[in-house]
Design a protein around this ligand. Structure first.
Ligand code: GLC
Length: 457
């Protein structure tokens, strides 16, 4: 992980522990639970249903940092954290406003690539830690309106994703290295950016204002994906108020767990509708908990011209199958160039993933976790059906501990659904496989049952 800094370990511990501080609770009126009561009429019974069914989304990290493409002061391993990691003075960084002009930006092309890849939602940075807003915010000039480009990128993305049948989701950073009222200051710029009469409550009011813009001006938003919540100024109470704000503006919006803030005491009911493991897939998933792994295609979230360390298509498909087989979602990241195009390596990988998903997506969408504890394959469950994802082909496959007879087995890639023979064995059920796999990377075998299959070692 190149773009983070010494905060990372601190932050990761926080993300894992879910601890938070209640320092400045007095600053904000605590919201009254009746806020939720009043929401009931228009809250759909299970807000997260579409999201759980989707299983796969596109993450986009884009902003002024994309112009620098990872380079500053002779180093070229930076990305979206470059302002902080390279200690770029604010005045210097603001000069990038005049250079942000992504003339090749085409929201339909981006939404089209996500749709073709089999993704069902798009989560894009509206504002990252550097404070630059890609939308036309009435609350700051440090936004796209002040660039030669001027066009509201959130507006164009929201319209394009809708045209492509995708859900629009917003990433929004709580941490803000630009806003005069955001505290704490970066330790390395304390001298050049003194606190002065900065007022954190005023920053929180600004944050609420921008979240209102994002949840009022662009239609239905699927997810508010907060980040940058780990600094001690952001408290649990503030997290609760922001969560309530989002749900008051859009009762069906889903909010991630990075809305949570600090608390001196262990939080009984951590905030957020789903967990967000980063650059990893939890070892055994989190049964009963909603989660989404966010993962880069190469090393960085933001664009780095030198970062060619792209994961292979097989690896990326493996991550998608692994998250689904453990009952979670995958949010796969692209860091576009400053001109508004996706790196070729990302375009290619989205295309190849789409080729596979057109044949095998049915085994991912609307699926739940595998019932197998140990097996030489990954699996997903659907009603009276198991999908087996095979990467190491052989002439037969044993489903360990399966106690329910298979009524029909076939290759998902086989439109004719030619039956594969199965027979019970000592250890479970054996499926005989054809000589060669339909897919060189990962082939899916479907097993159907006349009831919910029982797996018991
Ligand atoms: C890490 C990165 C941050 C990125 C986030 C996405 O926290 O430091 O820049 O936005 O991951 O999950």
């Amino acid at each position: 992980m190149s773009s983070g800094n010494h905060n990372d370990l601190h932050r990761r511990a926080f993300l894992r522990s879910g601890a938070a501080a209640l320092g400045t609770a007095a600053l904000l009126p605590s919201f009254h639970p009746s806020v939720f009561a009043s929401l009931r009429p228009c809250v759909s019974p299970d807000r997260l249903e579409w999201w759980r069914h989707a299983r796969f989304g596109l993450f986009i990290h884009w902003g002024l940092y994309s112009i620098l493409a990872g380079e500053w002061g002779g180093r070229d391993d930076y990305a979206e954290w470059i302002r902080n990691s390279a200690h770029i003075p604010l005045g210097e960084y603001e000069k990038l406003l005049a250079r942000f002009n992504p003339v090749k930006f085409d929201a339909d092309a981006w939404a089209g690539m996500a749709e073709d890849a089999g993704m069902k939602y798009v989560t894009i940075t509206t504002k990252h830690h550097d404070g630059f807003c890609l939308f036309d915010s009435k609350r700051t000039d440090f936004c796209v309106r002040s660039t030669p480009f001027k066009r509201d990128i959130m507006k164009e993305m929201a319209e394009a994703t809708r045209r492509h049948g995708l859900r629009q989701c917003w990433y929004h950073s709580i941490m803000d290295w630009h806003h005069p009222d955001y505290l704490p200051r970066r330790d390395w710029e304390a001298a050049t950016r003194p606190v002065g009469n900065a007022s954190y409550p005023r920053y929180v009011e600004h944050l609420h204002g921008q979240v209102s813009e994002l949840l009022t001006n662009y239609g239905d938003i699927g997810v508010m994906w907060f980040d940058g919540q780990w600094e001690e100024t952001w408290t649990h109470e503030m997290g609760r108020a922001l969560y309530a704000k989002c749900r008051a503006l859009q009762p069906n919006v889903i909010v991630n767990n990075r809305v949570e803030g600090w608390s001196p005491v262990k939080i009984a009911d951590p905030l957020g509708d789903f967990r967000t493991p980063e650059q990893e897939v939890p070892a055994t998933g989190w049964p009963g908990v909603d989660w989404e792994s966010c993962i880069t295609m190469n090393r960085n979230w933001g664009y780095n011209a030198k970062d060619k360390d792209f994961k292979s298509v097989a690896r990326l498909l493996g991550l998608l199958v692994e998250t689904a087989s453990k009952g979670g979602n995958l949010l796969l990241n692209v860091g576009p160039r400053a001109d508004g195009t996706f790196p070729e390596e990302s375009v290619e990988r989205l295309r190849e993933i789409g080729r596979w998903m057109r044949v095998n997506g049915g085994a991912i969408y609307g699926s739940t976790a595998s019932p197998f504890k140990e097996a030489p394959f990954r699996a997903t469950s659907q009603p009276n059906r198991l999908n087996l994802f095979v990467t190491a082909w052989s002439d037969a496959l044993v489903l360990p501990g399966l106690r329910t007879p298979v009524t029909r087995a076939y290759l998902l890639a086989d439109a004719a659904r030619a039956p594969l023979s199965t027979r019970p064995t000592e250890g479970g059920v054996q499926v005989t496989l054809p000589p060669s796999p339909p897919d060189p990377v990962c082939s899916v075998i479907v097993c159907e049952f006349d009831r919910s299959p029982e797996v018991r070692p």
